[in-house]
Design a protein around this ligand. Sequence first.
Ligand SMILES: CC(C)(COP(=O)(O)OP(=O)(O)OC[C@H]1O[C@@H](n2cnc3c(N)ncnc32)[C@H](O)[C@@H]1OP(=O)(O)O)[C@@H](O)C(=O)NCCC(=O)NCCS
Length: 110
Amino acid sequence: MRPGDVGVVAESDGALLGVAFCRLFTSDDHGHGYVDDETPEVAVAVAEGYRGGGLGARLLNELAEAARRAGFLQLSLSVDSGNPARRLYRRLGYRTVSDDESGVRMVLAL
Ligand SMILES: CC(C)(COP(=O)(O)OP(=O)(O)OC[C@H]1O[C@@H](n2cnc3c(N)ncnc32)[C@H](O)[C@@H]1OP(=O)(O)O)[C@@H](O)C(=O)NCCC(=O)NCCS
């Protein structure tokens, strides 16, 4: 954990089924989802065999609520343009802020 990290996990009978977390990066050290030093970047994954059942949406909604409570104003993420997860992010309120050969950058206002 680093200062500013926020995360949620989904478990069943002790097995980890999914995770969503966000972390702050800086202009000197960041990935494609970076928008600014105050906006944490989101990562999310659900275990194979459990995808498509609503867990990802629930994790992302819980993460957004936890990040809002922690005082953040927005979240960002990056996704490959062909990844079906893009639809999920759009449904949850993420808006595309850039779209180029290195991927799609999206932001959710909290
Ligand atoms: C993306 C992911 C976290 C979503 O979790 P989930 O529990 O499957 O999501 P939900 O059931 O809440 O929502 C379904 C949506 O997830 C996406 N999805 C479903 N199966 C997926 C898969 N195998 N790979 C990527 N996205 C998938 C689709 O956008 C789907 O929306 P649709 O119904 O409009 O097609 C999960 O599918 C996953 O871990 N995928 C592989 C890793 C990945 O692509 N991570 C995101 C990188 S930006």
